[in-house]
Write a new protein. Structure first.
Lengths: 50, 241
């Protein structure tokens, strides 16, 4: 469930940023990097800092 | 052209064929016809110099041009090379399926694709939605998300959401990794499972979120008129072969 929540946060954030700055939506690489940042890298960093 | 179908179709194909196809080459195949050419269709700015095809339509789908990348024979050729170089039949076959899905999907627009190149340079298309790539990326987005093109993409968004189980970790283990243990095993040496699953889901995430974002951009932020008529939207001067 927490995993789904992370993906939903990533989706809402990406859509919001993309609507404001459409150039963000051009690249699969950037989209994938954003997804990895939100669902893997940031949660891992936060877990380490705790 | 399609804006999200090429991201989403591999999931539909994978769901139907299960372990008979490998997801990564399937996705690469689905992106492959535009992989090296799309930037030159829309143009990019490099140090103040605009690099763009003189005739984007001809360049993208025609001959002379790189329209041959959308032919069925090109898919066969690259698949054969994959088989020869990597010795993997499942990678070759999966690439071919992804590539053909792209080539056939793009027959939906007003230009179509040279399916039978090099035997014929005739393009085949049903003309359901307007091809407007010649006006640059933003006008193309406005037109695409106002006509039947985005509806076709929507079919795959809805199909993917209905088939949400194929995005679960269990499915990733039981089908995706099982179909291609060498690749995912190699990736697993560098990345944890959470990242591998995210990579598997990435094209679905990218296609779906982008589809939603462009619809909002075209119809909430801007006011591109919706026109679901065949070959529409009629407000844009679509390219025809």
């Amino acid at each position: 469930m927490s995993e789904l929540r992370l993906y939903l946060v990533a989706a809402v954030a990406y859509i919001t940023i993309g609507v404001a700055f459409p150039t963000v939506l051009y690249s699969w690489v950037e989209g994938t990097a954003f997804l990895l940042l939100v669902v893997w890298i940031l949660p891992s960093l936060i877990r380490r800092l705790r | 052209m399609s804006w999200a179908a090429h991201d989403l179709e591999p999931y539909a194909i994978q769901k139907h064929l299960g372990v008979k196809v490998a997801f990564v080459p399937l996705a690469i195949g689905s992106y492959s016809p535009d992989l090296l050419s799309k930037w030159f269709v829309y143009g990019i700015d490099v140090l103040g110099i605009e690099l763009r095809a003189d005739d984007p339509v001809q360049f993208h789908r025609g001959w002379p041009g790189v329209g041959f990348t959308h032919s069925l024979g090109y898919g066969v050729l690259i698949a054969a090379l994959i088989w020869l170089v990597f010795g993997s039949r499942i990678w070759a076959w999966s690439f071919l399926l992804g590539h053909w899905a792209h080539a056939l999907t793009d027959t939906g627009d007003t230009i179509g694709t040279m399916l039978f190149f090099p035997f014929s340079t005739e393009t085949f298309g049903i003309g359901a939605w307007a091809y407007a790539g010649q006006y640059g990326r933003l006008i193309d987005a406005g037109a695409y998300f106002s006509g039947l093109g985005f509806v076709w993409d929507g079919v795959f968004v809805v199909y993917g959401l209905i088939s949400w189980r194929m995005l679960k970790r269990e499915y990733f283990h039981d089908v995706i990794v099982r179909a291609d243990p060498r690749f995912w095993g190699w990736m697993g040496r560098w990345l944890p499972e959470t990242a591998l699953v995210a990579l598997y889901r990435a094209s679905f995430f990218y296609g779906t979120t982008r589809w939603v974002a462009w619809i909002i951009w075209a119809h909430v932020i801007h006011d591109f008129p919706l026109d679901l008529s065949w070959g529409g939207p009629q407000w844009v001067d679509a390219a025809y072969d």
